[in-house]
Design a binder for this molecule. Sequence first.
Ligand SMILES: [Zn+2]
Length: 174
Amino acid sequence: MKDIQVITGCMFAGKTTELLNRLKATNKQYLLVKPRVDTRDQLNNISTHDGVFEKGIRVNKLSEIFTQIKDIKVVGIDEAQFFSKSIIVDIEYLASKQITIIVAGLDKDYLNRSFGYMKEISSIASSTTVLTARCNHCGRPASYSHRKNHLNNTQVLIGNSSEYEALCSTCYFK
Ligand SMILES: [Zn+2]
């Protein structure tokens, strides 16, 4: 049976932390993968906003790990919104090898547009967990990523609390 788990939500919702917790809880040999675009971390370390970090490998395409999965039972994918469309077939391929896939990624960018292929990944998932953050203005559950400055309009959301904040819908649309 295919096991494809999706963890999604806005920034600061704890997606990476949840991903790392689930990977550890499997007690199986796992591989953690991240897109090469995210340069926030030291090479090959994957960190969370809480400062926890874990070794992982960076790839342009998920298929780059296909030669390294011989003893791997679980593959974790962080920041999955940055991968191109091939991630769908690549996930399907890994799942067909009885590998559990746990995918974490942003559902929407700071302009509230759907991000990358997260929606399509969710549609092939066996479970989807939507996490919320705390609104930076009022403390209510937040599901919107807001960019504090609008100097450029790139969809790439790499950053930290100095550039982005999580907002609830009321505060986001204000
Ligand atoms: Zn709010």
